[in-house]
Design a protein around this ligand. Structure first.
Ligand SMILES: *Cc1c(COP(=O)(O)O)cnc(C)c1O
Length: 379
């Protein structure tokens, strides 16, 4: 099955009792047994629920994995991965991380004696020097948020091929339409399904996909034992979103490129961060690793002034000033004051997240309206 078919049919069956074409929302906590321990395969909805199961099978299908798991949020999915580890284990993570991931690593899990090293993956060969006997997990995000840096996933998985180290990739920004980390050798894919998978800014959800059944089983045990599952209604919404994922990301990518080119040619703009631009330092890697370049675009102002970024954001009308991304509607965000406020100022400036940085989640509206909105906001 090809991707555009998988988003609609991958892992899906018509409901057997009635032939319902869509999976029903199974609003039930428990399932009747005919004799103690004799049941349909479902016992209690924390362990498995048919609506969540349909989503989990879809996730496994679209990411080319063995097992999908759906969680109450993207962070609950990350939490599940970290619980594979033991005190004393070490994690190497890409430095330009989603703020909430950074907060979880440093403020929740360091106290359980996990050690996190944050590093630039621009030159993957330098990562070897950071690997120790205790390294058990490499955590990647590509493209990163908000600076759209890329990591060469294949180079990283090749580096640790013979070692007992898992590679997990947060594939939220790219989506499986653009990039398939498991095919590039990764062990786990993670999503904030709140973003492109759900796609309509109407649900908070998370996902994991494991490359092997064995790893999928370990993660399912943690999901079951910790309880961070996605409810049936929200599972239905994400499954519904996935059906249009290919169409949406195609349009996000078309609009994203138009917006990036427009910004690059604008006299008030200094830098534009978008992997689809030839000026992006990793454009060649983007072409190799991704099918297209998506809808996330960040930029800075020539003036370098925070006030200019704020004025610009206040004037937007079609773009909504809001956190989050990946929905059909265009959103704009000021990382310093909004999504990345939890990262210490010193650390932010080290990474290049300056006060004049604006991040856009370019939606699927008409391009002309989006460009006109940006033009008005610069004026
Ligand atoms: C939003 C986001 C998360 C966290 O997901 P939630 O669904 O908000 O818990 C993790 N990684 C990235 C890249 C995100 O954008």
């Amino acid at each position: 099955m090809n991707f555009n078919t998988k988003v609609i049919h991958g892992g899906q069956q018509h409901e057997p009792a009635t032939g319902s074409v869509n999976v029903p929302v199974f609003l039930t906590s428990t399932f009747a047994q005919t004799s103690p321990g004799v049941h349909s395969g479902y016992e209690y909805s924390r362990a498995a629920n048919p609506t969540r199961q349909a989503l989990e099978d879809s996730l496994a299908s679209i990411e080319n994995g063995a097992r999908g798991l759906a969680f109450g949020s993207g962070l609950a999915a990350i939490d599940c991965v970290l619980k594979l580890l033991n005190p004393g284990d070490e994690v190497i993570a890409v430095d330009d991380l989603y703020g909430g991931t950074y907060r979880m690593f440093t403020r929740l899990f360091e106290k359980y004696q996990l050690k996190f090293t944050f590093a630039s993956f621009d030159d993957v060969s330098k990562i070897s020097a950071l690997i120790t006997e205790k390294t058990k997990l490499i955590w990647l995000e590509t493209p990163t948020n908000p600076l759209m840096k890329l990591v060469d996933i294949k180079a990283v998985t090749d580096l640790v091929k013979d070692k007992d180290i898992l590679v997990a990739v947060d594939n939220t920004f790219a989506t499986p339409y653009l990039q398939l980390p498991l095919d590039l050798g990764a062990d786990i894919v993670m999503h904030s399904a709140t973003k492109y998978l759900g796609g309509h800014s109407d649900v908070i959800a998370g996902a994991l996909v494991a490359k092997t059944e064995e790893l999928g089983e370990k993660l399912h045990f943690i999901q079951f034992a910790s309880g961070g599952i996605l409810g049936p209604h929200d599972s239905y919404l994400v499954l519904r979103g996935i059906k249009t994922l290919a169409l949406r990301v195609q349009r996000h990518s078309e609009n994203g490129l138009e917006v990036a080119k427009y910004l690059e040619s604008h006299p008030a703009v200094d830098k534009v961060f978008y992997p689809g631009l030839e000026s992006h330092p990793q454009h060649d890697l983007a072409k190799k690793q991704m099918k297209d370049f998506g809808g996330m675009v960040s930029f800075t102002f020539k003036s370098g002034k925070k006030e200019d970024a704020i004025k610009f954001l206040e004037k937007l009308k079609v773009f909504t000033l809001a956190e989050s991304l990946g929905g059909v509607e265009s959103l704009a965000n000021h990382p310093t004051l909004m999504t990345h406020a939890s990262i210490p100022a010193e650390k932010r400036s080290e990474l290049g997240i300056t006060d004049d940085l604006v991040r856009l989640s370019v939606g699927i509206e008409d391009k002309a309206d989006l460009l006109a909105d940006l033009e008005r906001a610069f004026g």
